[in-house]
Design a protein around this ligand. Structure first.
Ligand code: PGA
Length: 248
């Protein structure tokens, strides 16, 4: 059985001073952990956090990557740049990118492809809005989002990480029930299974108000292979509690 993966998504939070305190506390608490760990940090802090994580078991991640290799794309960060700073993971298609930056399914798929080609594991985020859930469209939406990535990435699809994040559960304190989460995870697993003989390798993370109190129950579900943690990843004791809940 594969180890769970717990990834923190700092979003647009942090400072040189607070990052140092947070990462030092995580590194001190992490060796006891029985799971894979990562922190996805804002791009300007990659160099700082790379140094702070040196020699630790916690991997470094970014929050976005350009679909282009290099060139006239002001403000973008290439996968080559992420690699230079030792990034192992990169979030792709987070709902905040889809919502505020107009990222479409094909763009998300190209970003995942670019990340894979550059040696960075994309954590591809999918999830429905509240309106979509209420309209009974949850499965259609997440399947459409994942299908675009499968279509573009072919047999490499077993190299990605998927994160199911119901948009209505992100930063709202409303977590999907374990049944709701497991149901969608099972749908995504079946979709991956139809696309690759290696679907069991793929981590499918749950994200959306995961915290120290609800993590163990969520992580105990058959198809929940880890968590993508926003708010609770900014406080070392909270993040370490989630990590402690992530057993095989
Ligand atoms: P949250 O964010 O844990 O604060 O809900 C999760 C995410 O957006 O990745």
């Amino acid at each position: 059985m594969k180890k769970k993966l717990i990834a923190g998504n700092w979003k647009m939070n942090g400072s040189l001073a607070s990052n140092e305190a947070l990462v030092q506390a995580l590194v001190a608490g992490a060796p006891k952990a029985d799971c894979l760990m990562a922190v996805c940090v804002p791009a300007p802090y990659l160099a700082q956090v790379q140094k702070l994580l040196a020699g630790s078991v916690i991997a470094l991640g970014a929050q976005d990557v350009s679909q282009h290799e290099s060139g006239a794309f002001t403000g973008e960060t290439s996968v080559g740049m992420l690699r230079e700073f030792g990034a192992r993971y990169c979030l792709v298609g987070h709902s905040e990118r889809r919502q505020y930056h107009g990222e479409t399914d094909p763009v998300v798929a190209l970003k995942a492809q670019r990340a894979l080609a550059g040696g960075v594991t994309p954590i591809v985020c999918v999830g429905e809005t509240l309106a979509e859930r209420e309209a009974g469209r949850t499965e259609d939406v997440v399947k459409r989002q994942l299908a675009a990535v499968i279509h573009t990435n072919g047999h490499c699809i077993s190299e990605i990480v998927v994160a199911y994040e119901p948009v209505w559960a992100i930063g709202t304190g409303k977590t999907a029930t374990v049944e709701q989460a497991q149901q969608v995870h099972a749908v995504l697993r079946a979709q991956l299974h139809a696309a690759t003989p290696h679907s069991d390798r793929v981590h499918i993370l749950y994200g959306g108000s995961m915290n120290a109190a609800n993590a163990a129950q969520l992580l105990a579900q058959a198809d929940i292979d880890g968590g993508l943690v926003g708010g609770a990843s900014l406080k070392a004791p909270d993040f370490l509690s989630i990590i402690a809940a992530a057993r095989y």
